[in-house]
Design a protein around this ligand. Structure first.
Ligand SMILES: [Zn+2]
Length: 81
């Protein structure tokens, strides 16, 4: 099985548990799923990724948001945004 990448955040999904709802047929990961299993919107994903960058890279909010925007622009779910 080839590693799928989340179309929303780019995370490699290697295990069943990495997928939304533990379902390998999904194209997005557990972090990009709402509790009901649907995919989060662009704005929700942007907030999530901004927070992740602040915590993991120590960026300030403004820089993190800009970086998150650029990263998401290259992902299949958000191409053309
Ligand atoms: Zn994801």
């Amino acid at each position: 099985m080839t590693t799928k990448r989340c179309i929303s955040c780019g995370m490699p999904m290697e295990k069943k548990e990495d997928f939304a709802m533990g379902d390998p047929e999904r194209d997005y990961c557990l972090y990009c799923a709402r509790p009901d299993g649907s995919m989060r919107s662009y704005d929700e994903a942007l907030v999530g990724m901004t927070g992740f960058l602040v915590r993991s890279q120590g960026l300030d909010e403004t820089a993190a948001k800009e970086t998150a925007r650029q990263m998401m622009a290259g992902l299949p779910a958000w191409k053309g945004r």
